[in-house]
Design a protein around this ligand. Structure first.
Ligand SMILES: Nc1ncnc2c1ncn2[C@@H]1O[C@H](COP(=O)(O)OP(=O)(O)O)[C@@H](O)[C@H]1O
Ligand SMILES: [Mg+2]
Length: 281
C-alpha cells in the first residue's frame, strides 16, 4: 500500500503524523518505507538524518537522484534506521529539490517518475510526505500512490482548506489508471478540552464533505485515533527520533515520558484503523 499523506495547507502536523504513524505501523509488525519528497526535509531531519552531512557528504543518494536518474533504484536511496523499539526505512530529501521543479517538468512522462521506481517494492506500507503545495512534486507523489491519507487540524483554516484538497484529489483521480482510494481524514493536534469547538469544527467538516459530494466516500476517523496536541510530540523531531523512543531518553522528565506514552497510544489506534481499512480496500 503506497499512501501519500496529503494536505496543501502547511503546518497541520502532516510530517509529524507521518513519522509517528510509520513507527506505530512498524510496532504492529509492518515493514515501512518513508519517502521524504519535501525540499524542507523535515521528515529526514526529524528522524536524525542530516541531508548534507549524512547523505551528500558521504556520496549517498537521495530523493533528487531517485527522481532524475533513470538508473538509480529505490533501494540505492534507502537509509535504514534502527532504534530500540522501531525500524524504519527512509528515502531522504534534500533542499536541492526546491529548485528542481523546472527540471522535473521537462522530463518526459514526469508524473510517472516515482510510479516506475516503486514497482515491485517489498514494503507493507510506503508513506510519502510531499510539500504543502499543488506543484509537480505533489502530482508525482499522488500518481505513485494507491491511497491518500488526509491529515488536518480541527480548526478553522485547515478545515476550510479541505475543500481544495478534495477538489485536487478528484482531478488527480481522473488522470490515474489505478483507482486512488481516500483512506480518510486523520486529526492532528487535537485539544480534548475544547469539546464544543471540536464539535462545531467536525460539523463544518461534515458540511464540506457533503457539499463536495464525497460524504459517503471520505470518512473522518473516529475520535480514538485523534492525536492530541502535546509538547513532547513537537520535541522528538528535534531529537531525531520517533515518539516511541522517548522512553529511553534519560534527558526527558517523567511527565514528558508519560505524555509520550499517551500520544503513542493514539498513534497505535490510528495505525490499527489504517491497517483495518487498507485490508478492506
Ligand atoms: N500532536 C502535536 N502536538 C504538538 N505539536 C505538534 C503536534 N503535531 C505537530 N506539532 C507541531 O506543529 C508544527 C507543524 O507540524 P508539522 O508536522 O511540521 O506540519 P506540516 O508537515 O503539516 O507542515 C511543528 O512545529 C510540530 O512540531
Ligand atoms: Mg511537513
Amino acid at each position: 500500500m503506497i499512501i501519500t499523506v496529503f494536505n496543501n495547507k502547511g503546518g497541520v502536523g502532516k510530517t509529524t503524523m507521518t513519522i509517528n504513524l510509520a513507527a506505530a505501523l512498524n510496532q504492529l509488525g509492518k515493514q515501512v518505507l518513508l519517502i521524504d519528497i519535501d525540499a524542507q526535509a523535515n521528515l529526514t531531519t526529524g528522524l536524525g538524518i542530516d541531508p548534507l552531512e549524512d547523505i551528500e557528504s558521504q556520496g549517498k543518494k537521495d530523493i533528487t537522484h531517485l527522481l532524475t536518474e533513470p538508473r538509480t533504484t529505490l533501494e540505492e536511496t534507502v537509509v535504514k534506521k534502527q532504534w530500540k523499539n522501531v525500524q524504519l526505512n527512509i528515502v531522504p530529501s534534500h533542499i536541492r529539490l526546491s529548485n528542481m521543479e523546472a527540471e522535473l517538468i521537462q522530463i518526459i512522462d514526469s508524473d510517472r517518475l516515482l510510479v516506475k521506481k516503486l514497482k515491485n517494492h517489498n514494503y507493507d506500507f510506503i508513506l510519502i510526505d510531499p510539500p504543502p503545495s499543488f506543484g509537480k512534486v505533489n502530482s508525482i507523489s499522488l500518481m505513485a500512490s494507491s491511497a491518500i491519507l488526509i491529515p488536518t487540524q480541527l480548526s478553522s483554516y485547515p478545515v476550510r482548506a479541505l475543500e481544495y484538497v478534495i477538489e485536487r484529489l478528484n482531478k488527480v483521480a481522473e488522470l490515474k489508471e489505478q483507482p486512488l482510494a481516500v483512506l480518510g481524514i486523520a486529526v492532528s493536534m487535537y485539544d480534548k478540552k475544547s469539546s464544543n469547538f471540536n464539535l462545531s469544527m467536525s460539523e463544518r467538516l461534515f458540511n464540506i464533505l457533503e457539499r463536495s459530494g464525497v460524504s459517503n466516500k471520505i470518512e473522518l476517523f473516529p475520535e480514538s485515533t485523534w492525536i492530541p496536541r502535546l509538547n513532547i510530540v513537537s520535541k522528538c523531531p528535534d531529537k531525531g527520533y520517533p515518539l516511541s523512543e522517548a522512553e529511553f531518553d534519560d534527558n526527558l522528565t517523567y511527565p514528558d515520558k508519560e505524555a509520550a506514552q499517551q500520544a503513542i497510544e493514539c498513534y497505535a489506534k490510528l495505525a490499527e484503523h489504517i491497517i483495518e481499512i487498507t485490508e478492506k480496500k
